[in-house]
Design a protein around this ligand. Structure first.
Ligand code: THU
Length: 134
């Protein structure tokens, strides 16, 4: 992925982080995923007083895309509000695996705007997927 394209999707993930609804953890996350159609879908984390119902930013973005008819995605950026890079949780890695290839870039962006790029397959190796359903 070209640097200019990384910066564009990273910016969208940073901007949507403001909309996070995180009154319980105060840990705001933003995400932006690019569909195969070329469209971008943003998402933030959405918490609930019943804590376990929280939806992560990445899954909000993915579900928005799938509900708009995207079947596959080509890149995701995740933005956090701290110096540490915001690594996606296991549940989000599994949901990404459903709709994204192992070579999809996962771009994590910290508060300073520094970023790192991982491949999904490196974040969730030997994953369970539909090919194993008989
Ligand atoms: N969170 C995300 O949005 N994405 C992740 O991959 C990890 C965690 C959110 C969920 C919760 O609202 C807050 O961060 C603290 O766990």
């Amino acid at each position: 992925m070209h640097d200019i394209e990384i910066k564009k999707i990273a910016r969208m993930a940073v901007d949507v982080r403001d909309r996070a609804y995180a009154p319980y953890s105060n840990f705001k996350v933003g995400a932006c995923i690019k569909g195969e159609s070329g469209a971008y879908y943003t998402g933030c984390n959405i918490e609930n007083a019943s804590y376990g119902l929280t939806n992560c930013a990445e899954r909000t973005a993915i579900f928005k895309g799938v509900s708009e008819c995207e079947k596959r995605f080509t890149a995701i950026a995740i933005s956090g509000a701290y110096d540490d890079f915001p690594m996606p949780c296991g549940a989000c890695r599994q949901v990404m695996t459903e709709f994204c290839g192992p070579d999809m870039p996962v771009i994590v962006v910290n508060r300073k705007g520094d970023y790192r790029v991982y491949e999904l397959g490196a974040l969730l190796p030997h994953s369970f997927d539909k090919s194993q359903l008989k």
